[in-house]
Design a protein around this ligand. Structure first.
Ligand code: GDP
Length: 313
């Protein structure tokens, strides 16, 4: 029984979840995480968002980067670079070991959901973490001149250029939800949409057949936290991707994207002036300082989302 399900991307989601696990009993929270960024690097299956969420909730994330493991070393990628390999994806040695474990377990026939659970238990993460799907769901970014690149190539290799023309979620659209995802959503009393990139983190989760339907059927309140603060993302390319798919870069743009899926949205106080227009879309609005600069701030944002859930009940 998992009364609260959180849909999650990477860094923004992880910061929100570290608050949510303190605001709720841990056995009542489950994160369903984007796997659209997954890709093979150096022979291993890397799941960036699953790892960011797991490492953050384990208290082991590199705090400066928001991803990777604190105090990791880079002997493996440095040696590969010396041998002439492309090493733009800087995977640390311990991080690599976790990805190698994932790869070996998958090769031995385990599912990604099971391996994700093994990894989070091995790091003493107290909540369930589910991949959105066990099928490959690569997200592609379409750029000017007809170029099309995997999301990690767009972000980590190319530095997130702004000539985005579209985002291809077709793999997610034909994937099956991972075991446990539809069940968790079916049992949920509330669904939280973490402050994550709405286009390439939450978009792929909602694109997996059965996920949006399970949300609609359940009719549990669905509350999002805006990742856009003061008209811009805190970090990352959400602005370029939103613009690229023709959505205004603002909390109002986020609300328009989520319309029909979410019942309420937590806005940052810097965007309070947008509340009336967002309410006219039919969404309930709460306003708070959503900058999750430390754990206490994360708890405050999580509580604001849970209070909005209560108002919607
Ligand atoms: P990524 O896959 O690692 O980029 O992570 P996500 O998809 O989870 O999150 C990226 C989004 O999180 C960006 O749009 C950020 O603006 C948002 N974000 C990061 N930190 C914060 C924060 O402290 N408050 C809010 N409201 N949003 C945040």
């Amino acid at each position: 029984m998992t009364p609260v399900v959180a849909l999650a991307g990477g860094v923004g989601a992880a910061r929100f979840l570290r608050g949510a696990i303190r605001a709720l009993p841990t056995d009542s929270l489950c994160a369903v995480v984007n796997t659209g960024d997954d890709r093979e690097f150096y022979g291993v299956h890397v799941s960036p968002d699953l790892d960011i969420v797991t490492y953050t909730l384990a208290g082991r994330v590199d705090p400066a980067k928001g991803y990777g493991l604190r105090d990791d070393t880079y002997a493996l990628v440095d040696r590969l670079a010396a041998l002439g390999h492309e090493t733009w994806f800087r995977l640390g040695d311990r991080d690599y070991a976790n990805a190698l474990h994932r790869t070996l377990r998958l090769r031995a026939g385990a599912g990604l959901a099971q391996v994700t659970d093994e990894l989070r238990r091995s790091l003493d993460v107290p909540i369930r973490i589910l991949p959105m799907s066990e099928d490959p769901c690569p997200t592609y970014v379409e750029l000017s001149g007809g170029r099309r690149v995997h999301f990690e190539e767009y972000l980590a290799r190319d530095g997130a250029p702004d000539d985005v023309r579209g985002v291809d979620l077709s793999a997610a659209r034909s994937a099956a939800p991972a075991p446990g995802v539809v069940e968790a959503l079916g049992e949920a009393d509330a669904v939280l949409v973490c402050p994550s990139n709405p286009v390439v983190s939450i978009g792929p989760i909602l694109a997996v057949p059965g996920v949006a339907e399970a949300l609609a059927e359940r009719r549990a309140p669905v509350v999002a936290v805006s990742p856009i603060v003061g008209g811009a993302p805190i970090k990352g390319p959400a602005d370029r991707l939103m613009r690229g798919i023709g959505v205004e870069v603002s909390a109002l743009g986020v609300a328009r994207l989520y319309r029909g899926v979410v019942d309420g949205i937590v806005l940052d106080e810097r965007d309070a002036a947008l509340a009336t227009e967002i309410e006219s879309l039919g969404l309930r609005v709460a306003v708070t300082d959503t900058l999750m600069t430390d754990v206490d701030a994360s708890v405050r944002v999580a509580r604001a989302a849970l209070e909005l859930v209560d108002e919607l009940r």
